[in-house]
Design a binder for this molecule. Sequence first.
Ligand code: SF4
Length: 450
Amino acid sequence: MELRTYFVETWGCQMNVLDSQCLEGILQARGLRPVDAAGDADVALLNTCSVREKAVHKVLSRLGELRQARLDTGNPRVIGLCGCVAEQEGARLLARSAALSFVLGPGRINQLGTALDAVRGGERVSVTGFEQRRDIDTHLVARGSSARQFVTAVHGCNQHCTFCVVPYTRGHELSRPLAEIVAEVELIAGAGVKEITLLGQTVNAYRCPETGANFADLLAAVDAVDGPWRIQFVTSHPKYFTDKMIASLASLRKLGRYLHVPFQAGSDRVLARMHRGYSCSEYLAMADALRAAIPDLTLSTDVIVGFPGECDDDFEQTLALIERVRFGQLFGFIFSPRPRTPAARYDGRVPQGVAGDRLERVFALQGAIQLELNQALIGRSVEVLVDGPARRGASIWQGRGDDNRVVNFPAWPGIAAGMLARVTISGATAHALLGVPAAGAKRATRPAGA
Ligand code: SF4
């Protein structure tokens, strides 16, 4: 079976985006080239996410569409299931869907070639589980042309929050050697990348397996690499921010002014049932210490409403915490039971209608806070990394400042994605800023480097 073309469909988080780039790199190294639609591809990969409910249902429905495309056009001849649903379901999905050629978990990405060879030999294989090392040839990662790139610092997670499927789908926590991360950052910085985001489910728990260096050491080493404009990292766990680490963060030259630190619930009772490992007052102390050290910091967060047993008073405490911290960005979710997680078996289920009302109240409060915070920026001059047209073909372009806020502004001749430009904020909504080119911005594009 000759395989010449591929299509990778990516669902979910930044980790999956980076995993897809790794998968693409392996396919390209085998001589396959990308096409724009699964129906035109010899090989179609679904890189899936299982964080939300009905993930398996969604995968089966997409597999049905691909199977129909194969009946109609002969392609995709090979369909591979990757990502967290692959790890979660493994061989079960292979048995359920005849359309599927192989299943490949996130810990086995580097075995894509082996899986394809097996399929070409007439087998259907499921490759899941986790190894002690996860070796990816970083030279092979198909990074595309974006000026923003991700680099993995920590694989997996050991926290076992009771609602979360990640420890089961991405395995135990495994930090990469510091030297390996820095070498990868140097490699992509040399290619002109301007913003590098270090990834990990609990990235600030980083500990170099070779030297014992901690996350502050890693950031200092990455900060010293010539080239990038900004360094970001995501996701941080509140309990790993020590005073020493916060002081180290404040001393970095290139650290972005955006920090994502999920609080999940504002009630100690719920936090304990979630097994989060901190109290509400500890979270607030951490937020205060971060802001004291980095005054222009934008904090972003995740919150879950309707966790089993969450009563009205617990929820009011969540609202109070949002009001107190005034996050620049908030991602809110209704609790959904995930396979294998303890909370899926908890009693005290909150009715969907109640949880839905709570989420609306969270969004209403957050929307009002964001609007105020954004309006306070009107008149300020900010440097943005230009992403491209806000919509295809539009004359309004968009970029992000180093606080990760989206800014929309009119294009000018010579504007290009990946350029740094200065804009003056001229208007604000709750979710975006409007800008105009600052005086001289049309000339003032900086080369890479802080
Ligand atoms: S720390 Fe994050 S990824 Fe790890 S179990 Fe908790 S919610 Fe999941």
